[in-house]
Design a protein around this ligand. Sequence first.
Ligand code: AMP
Length: 193
Amino acid sequence: MKNFVLFGKPGSGKGTQAKHLSEKYELYHISTGDLFRKNISQNTKLGLLAKSYMDKGGLVPDEVTIKMLENEIKDNSKSRGFLFDGFPRTIDQADTLDKYLHSINMQINATIALEVDEKELISRIIDRGKTSNRLDDQNIEKIKNRFNEYNKKTSTLIKYYKDQNKFFPVNGHGSVDEITKRLFDLIDSFNPL
Ligand code: AMP
């Protein structure tokens, strides 16, 4: 069983690439952002809580996010492997994920980071906001807050995974197909899959 984290700043293409990767490598794709949005659209208590943070471009509290993530893993425990997209975003989330996976005899095999510069990211997010209906994509202050959250709380995970020899950066500039190929080449180079 192989488990990967797809890592990167908001707008770096994690969701788009996760679809290709999960299909090719038969991984169960878990996007915490998608799970929160699903809860919001279903008006659940969790959705209501998450919305109050997401609408401002802030992170949803760890305990809420971690519980949701664990439930999603449990509900799909027969999967061939997991592809985590947008999780972990804090050291506490990463630690809890490591401990939880360990307790069920699994581990993160690699964290793959899509690297894109912020100027390009802002234009991608604004573009996506024209069709995505996402409030957090449509306002420059919210977008900047998401980058701040990344820089304050998430970027420390680079060292966290580097220290475990599990961090693999990939150039996230170029066409979707070009980036997908880079990701496939990287994963195919991991031996054995
Ligand atoms: P995303 O779809 O990954 O860009 O996430 C959209 C928003 O959902 C983020 O800006 C956060 O408000 C929330 N969110 C998603 N994943 C997490 C997470 N792992 N921890 C905390 N908040 C999250």
